[in-house]
Ligand binder design. Sequence first.
Ligand code: ATP
Ligand code: MG
Length: 335
Amino acid sequence: MAEIQTKKKGRILTGDRPTGKLHLGHYVGSLINRVRLQDEYDTFLIIADVQALTTNFEEPEKLARDVREVALDYLAAGIDPEKSTIFVQSLVPEIAELTIFYSMIITVNTLRHNPTIKSEAAQRGYTDMTYGFLGYPVSQAADITFCKANLVPVGEDQLPHIELTRKLVRRFNSLYGPVLVEPEALVGEVPRLVGLDGAAKMSKSLDNAINLSDPPEEVERRVKNAVTDPARIRATDPGHPDICTVFAYHTAFNKPVIPEIEESCKKGAIGCVACKKRLTATLNELLEPMRERRARYEANPKLVDEILLAGTARARAVAKETMAQVREAMKINYF
Ligand code: ATP
Ligand code: MG
């Protein structure tokens, strides 16, 4: 892998849990910004396998497949391994070490009051939660800060975690000296893409997603089943685009058609079937180049492994440097 240029605006760190295939929500929420910014920023993409265990600890054997799946999704979406560093969290043990140090300077109540932790715990039906789940924002702070990232492209649900990272950085720096960098969040143009059910955000765990790897027929099938305006029975009934999932997707993926579709829907001039056909065509046009890139990498799994190993080696070198500074600042470099 070519030596990555360092003359950039700054550093990006973001990533995903390997808990399944990435979907359109990931694309508009975060991936699209990563692809766009990888020329300007030194970009680190973490495949957070330890964080995946915070909810999926019963089936660790799935990780090997899911780590590669996420890597393929990145490469298919247009992440260029010559420009961006893709790495595996558990293979950078310095992140775990930094997490432990941070856990000394954050209180349990701060974590308990984190709104994303609360809503995810409720969604998963947790009456109690593991230490690892409660503390995953602390581990995320270590992910972001080990490489001194300035910018974190994420979906809206992640904002409380970035805020917590900023607090930890300020606390650490005021206690031990100016070692860490305070990052900023960058939320995508569509901060929270709704799922096909029209109820929750599009999510890997809720079976309400269109995956970046879905073939054209699957996209068509899923769009057909998407929830629209329930009050609209006949194609000529006036529709309510503001509560329609399909209209939300037109808005996210094909801006130029918004006024026209909005007007014809409200007048009952375009029916849901026709509207869905247009959406399917738009989505398949977006996904087609991803399918081509994916096929090339899928045919060469050894290359994907090499990309992950090279990226992890680079991340680890950066992590070792930061940890030396952290230990020195904390005065736990005894010898
Ligand atoms: P899981 O259900 O396993 O939690 P997920 O689909 O919520 O998976 P994450 O891995 O938790 O995905 O999220 C990875 C990144 O993608 C985060 O920055 C998150 O904010 C963003 N993201 C996920 N879903 C959406 C969505 N529907 N709209 C916008 N951004 C999203
Ligand atoms: Mg999630």
